[in-house]
Design a protein around this ligand. Structure first.
Ligand code: MN
Length: 450
């Protein structure tokens, strides 16, 4: 139940592409990742210029790969995650684990092949790390995902949005103490996806990981700080999240594929490190498909649940790739009355506050096929009746067209479902009867026309 066991499985299924030519972690690896981003294979970089260790990328790059990691078919992915969110279970704390094969006293960040991804990124960034920390009274454990900017050999700047880790940091701030953190890199996909779970403050995301891994997940205590990490992680940085040290963080390309603005953010001092023998560094391309999938998936599920509360039947939810996996949702529903789609739209916006545009379609439209979605808008939507506009709502600070300081944005909902009051036949997609003979002729034609 480690990154390595998952990689071995992908190897036997021929889903891995080995890059044997030497490449640099500065722009070269990210350029190759970008090239193979859409439905691409796992990328294994064997030789990194100037570094001893290997880099793996695009591990959870497709819905299919993520589903198999959780032992389910893509159509059961939401259900599997909802079950784990509702039934978290404490993992075993092991005395020892593979990650403790090497305990390093004074690690140097420059020894790791940390990637610089985009032209104007401020520095190399760790983008696939999960961070564990406890509350001052040790009553609350939390795990979350954060980008980490390399400042020098022993400091990161961390982007802390006001969620759970921010809350723990505020709590320790009141006590005037730094916060111990374990930064884990190189993880089984189930652990990464668990870390993005929308479970309430007080529920530890490692417990969700354990539920996803059927109680076979183990943690170890860190060597230098009061925090825990997956026993089979490739790398763990142990650090102090400083309560009174801030720096300018960024710029860095985030999920939208645009540069996020610079902000004052806290600093982590790295005080120790644990790693496996021949550790593999895990990379994740900001704004790549894997990023969108991991960040968007929990919100697709929340949207699905919210819409299921207001309409008779929900088909599928897609936080679209073109919409940055974050700002655009397409949802299919089966409506019973005109007006159901409008209620669905308000539920969608309530379920994912960062969302900007939402489109509701009928069940005959494939939400993953944007050409079909556009066809539904073209043939079933009238702007004066089917459009909802909400001004000055809170949205995403990642959207450059929104107010990135206040987070205020305008939201737009499109009801592209066919009206029940009008004859159904008017909106049906015309079909051509398909005979056996036509099928045979087409097959033969494809033999010559590839
Ligand atoms: Mn949390």
């Amino acid at each position: 139940m480690s990154l390595r066991s998952f990689l071995e499985e992908k190897e036997t299924l021929n889903q891995t592409l080995h890059v044997t030519a030497p490449v640099s972690p500065r722009f070269e690896i990210s350029a190759i990742m970008k090239h193979f981003d859409q439905n691409g294979p796992v990328l294994f970089f064997e030789k990194i210029k100037g570094y001893k260790n290997r880099v793996v990328a695009n591990v959870c790059g497709t819905r299919e790969r993520l589903s198999t990691a959780l032992g389910v078919k893509p159509e059961s992915l939401y259900q599997r995650l909802i079950e784990a969110w509702k039934n978290p279970s404490k993992p075993n704390i092991a005395k020892n684990g593979a990650v403790k094969e090497n305990i390093v006293e004074k690690p140097k960040l420059s020894k790791l092949p940390i990637l610089t991804h985009f032209e104007k990124d401020a520095a190399p960034y760790v983008t696939s790390a999960i961070i564990h920390a406890k509350s001052p009274n040790k009553g609350v454990d939390n795990v979350s995902v954060h980008r980490l900017e390399v400042l020098d050999d022993k400091h990161f700047a961390i982007r802390l949005v006001p969620r759970h880790l921010f809350k723990l940091w505020t709590m320790t701030k009141e006590e005037g103490k730094d916060l111990d953190v374990a930064i884990s890199i190189g993880l089984h996909p189930a652990v990464l996806v668990a870390a993005t779970s929308p479970v309430p403050f007080g529920v530890c995301e490692f417990d969700v990981a354990n539920a996803l891994l059927k109680n076979k997940f183990s943690l170890v205590k860190c060597a230098h700080v009061d925090a825990v990490a997956p026993a089979e992680a490739e790398i763990v940085f142990e650090g102090h999240l400083c309560v009174n040290k801030e720096v300018v963080e960024g710029p860095l390309v985030d999920i939208t594929g645009t540069y996020d603005v610079k902000r004052n953010q806290p600093v982590i001092e790295v005080v120790g490190m644990m790693h496996r023998d021949d550790y593999i560094y895990q990379a994740l391309l900001p704004s790549g498909n894997e990023h969108k999938l991991l960040m968007g998936l929990p919100h697709e599920i929340k949207i699905w649940e919210a819409v299921a509360n207001v309409v008779p039947k929900v088909g599928a939810v897609n936080l679209t790739s073109g919409g940055c996996g974050w700002l655009h949702a397409v949802v299919s529903i089966e409506k019973q009355k005109d007006g159901d789609a409008k209620n669905a739209l308000t539920a969608i916006f309530g379920a994912h506050p960062s969302l900007k545009h939402a489109i509701v379609v009928d069940m005959d439209i494939d939400v993953y096929n944007m050409e079909e979605v556009e066809w539904a808008i073209a043939t079933r939507f009238q702007a004066n009746e089917d459009l909802i506009l909400i001004q000055n709502a809170r949205g995403s600070t990642l959207d450059p067209s929104a107010d990135q300081e206040t987070g205020l944005t305008t939201k737009l909902g499109i009801d592209a479902t066919k009206p029940i009051s009008k004859p159904k036949e008017k909106f049906a997609r015309a079909r051509i009867p398909f005979s056996r003979n036509a099928e045979k002729v087409i097959k033969n034609l494809h033999a010559v026309w590839k």
